[in-house]
Ligand binder design. Structure first.
Ligand code: NAP
Length: 293
């Protein structure tokens, strides 16, 4: 079994981006600029935005953090988005989810200029993904594709079983994995809460992806021998031995699955850091106006 080390791979991608930024600056041009909007003070969201801003600083991107109170109205948030859309010095921006319940997420993602939508959530970008056109791809599925590419994982003709069909992970990944690309060209099965006999499905997976959000939901006996196992799930589980009071646990029971897998992502240190690398890649794409093929 080999670990798919997302942390290491993410740092390699960031090193490459850093060299590109140095070249850009040496030519006297401004650096790529990512902005992140955070509404409210959700602890996990603050951590995610903080990690994204830190990564920008590490590779020489400019970044702007826009922090708004939890009672910000939808109209005020839309005005802020309009400002960011019009700001020529900002190449791309994200609005960190989840948003407070009084704000309509669809209204917000639809208001972002599609050419600055580095999260790839805008309907136009989702449509382009379905049609196989160059676009922004949501950071987590894009990060997974980059990880498969980095480790030269054979995906053609393989059966990829994805558990979880969210708009931001499972569904776009199912599209990417079934496209005529490399990585891609897999036969994809997308599972969810109405799937019958989940174990029967997961046991067929040459490539198994857990994107459920339930700690250790997929046990080792649900994994086929030799499978490539990708764990997207991140659940905070109380742990008194940790300073934070919790630890992060994936959807796939690591100990059991790692005995069967040929490759497996750890949690943390697998898909999480790749999501950040993918966001930085998307920001460079926005800067260069060259998108994921
Ligand atoms: P989500 O929107 O809650 O979607 C969860 C999906 O899992 C849904 O499609 C749901 O099915 C399915 N599901 C839930 N319980 C199930 C069960 N018992 N059996 C089969 N399917 C089940 O979650 P998400 O946003 O995709 O996130 C999933 C996990 O990934 C979370 O832990 C999240 O924190 C993590 N995540 C990690 C990263 C990263 O960077 N590493 C990024 C994004 C998300 P239905 O559609 O039928 O309800």
């Amino acid at each position: 079994m080999e670990l798919l080390n997302g942390k290491e791979t993410s740092l390699k991608i960031q090193e490459d981006l850093k060299s590109q930024v140095e070249k850009i600056k040496a030519e006297g041009k401004r650096a790529p600029h990512l902005a992140a909007v955070l509404v409210g003070d959700d602890g996990a969201s603050k951590t995610y935005v903080g990690a994204k801003v830190k990564a920008c600083a590490r590779i020489g991107y400019d970044s702007t953090e826009v922090i708004l109170p939890g009672d910000t109205s939808q109209d005020d948030l839309l005005n802020k988005i309009d400002e960011l859309n019009k700001n020529e010095n900002i190449d791309g921006f994200i609005v960190q989810l989840p948003l407070p319940s009084h704000i309509n997420v669809e209204a917000i993602t639809s208001a972002i200029d599609p050419s600055k939508d580095v999260d790839g959530f805008h309907l136009i970008n989702v449509g382009k993904l379905l049609k196989g056109r160059p676009t922004f791809v949501a950071a987590t599925p894009l990060g997974i594709m980059e990880l498969l590419k980095h480790y030269n994982i054979e995906t053609e003709g393989k059966h990829c079983v994805i558990v979880g069909r969210s708009d931001i992970v499972g569904t776009p990944l199912s599209v990417l994995m079934s496209r005529k690309t490399n990585p891609g060209n897999s036969t994809v099965t997308l599972c969810h809460t109405r799937t019958k006999n989940l174990k029967e499905m997961t046991l067929q997976a040459d490539i198994l992806v857990g994107a459920v959000g339930s700690a250790n939901y997929i046990s080792g006996d649900m994994v086929k021998d030799g499978a490539v196992v990708i764990d997207v799930g991140i659940t905070r589980v109380p742990d008194e031995t940790k300073k934070s009071g919790f630890r992060l646990v994936g959807d796939i029971e690591f100990e059991g699955a790692s005995k069967k897998a040929s490759y497996i992502t750890p949690v943390p240190g697998g898909v999480g850091p790749m999501t950040i690398a993918a966001l930085l890649l998307n920001t460079m794409h926005a800067y260069n106006k060259v998108f994921y093929p």
